[in-house]
Design a protein around this ligand. Structure first.
Ligand SMILES: Nc1nc2c(ncn2[C@@H]2O[C@H](COP(=O)(O)OP(=O)(O)OP(=O)(O)O)[C@@H](O)[C@H]2O)c(=O)[nH]1
Ligand SMILES: [Mg+2]
Length: 225
């Protein structure tokens, strides 16, 4: 099966207070290792990662461009610049730190909403550090409450000590992305449709301008096997 090079990655941005584990989650996922030192970041950095997502008996190959950001208050005001063109927003809080949870609603959401229409983005709440349950300050019910309040599509619990939980985070966002893409195009199976003449500009900033010659490629973000 031919696997084509992905040209236009899906932009995923991590936000959340300093120390909640954004860098750890990303680097663990990318490299399968993590830095146990807590280092405050002074700028954002990005990573690319290809993931496979199963949906309706098909496997989609998605290329993610994962943007990390700095949670430290000194650098917060520059953070939202990196939200531009984001398709997926991941709000991370530390389950052992109530303030990091509260700040999603009190700081991160309003700051981002000021400049961007977040209704057009897939929103994911990530409750991190679940391995530290003895020090838990924010339980899962609070996570569910937040999910409803901000209209997030996804809520996941993660721990850098549990690689599967991080894989699950990325699977969930990938699945949600594909589902939304299907809904937006009002089709049930991308691979079975002819896309010639269709030029869809959907909420996720996707453009399908060319019909795939075979059933391998459905849009500029993904390939179907
Ligand atoms: N036990 C445990 N520690 C974690 C987890 N995730 C992150 N940490 C630790 O928490 C600390 C902060 O993690 P970082 O990844 O640097 O946090 P950050 O959100 O990137 O912070 P800033 O870059 O300052 O915004 C580090 O010491 C990590 O090892 C987790 O799931 N469990
Ligand atoms: Mg960091």
């Amino acid at each position: 099966m031919n696997k084509k090079m992905k040209k236009n990655p899906i932009k995923v941005v991590f936000v959340g207070n300093a120390g909640v584990g954004k860098s750890s989650l990303i680097t663990t996922f990318i490299k399968d290792t993590h830095d146990s030192e807590q280092n405050y970041q002074i700028s954002s950095d990005k990573y690319k990662k290809e993931i496979k997502v199963k949906h309706n008996n098909q496997t989609y190959d998605l290329l993610l461009e994962i943007w990390n950001s700095a949670g430290n208050e000194k650098f917060r005001n520059i953070n939202t610049i990196f939200i531009k063109n984001a398709e997926i927003l991941i709000f991370v809080y530390d389950t052992t730190n109530k303030k990091s949870y509260d700040d999603i609603k009190e700081f991160w959401l309003p700051s981002i909403k000021k400049d961007y229409d977040i209704d057009k983005m897939i929103k994911c709440i990530c409750a991190n550090k679940t391995d530290l349950y003895e020090n838990e300050e924010v339980d899962l019910n609070k996570g569910k409450q937040l999910k409803n309040e901000i209209g997030a599509e996804i809520l996941v619990e993660t721990s850098i000590k549990d690689f599967e939980s991080i894989e699950n985070l990325f699977q969930q966002i990938g699945e949600n992305y594909i589902t939304k893409l299907n809904e937006n195009q009002n089709v049930t199976n991308l691979g079975d449709k002819e896309y010639s003449q269709i030029n869809v500009k959907n909420n996720y900033n996707l453009e399908i301008s060319e019909a795939p010659k075979s059933k391998e490629s459905c849009c500029k973000h993904c390939n179907i096997f």
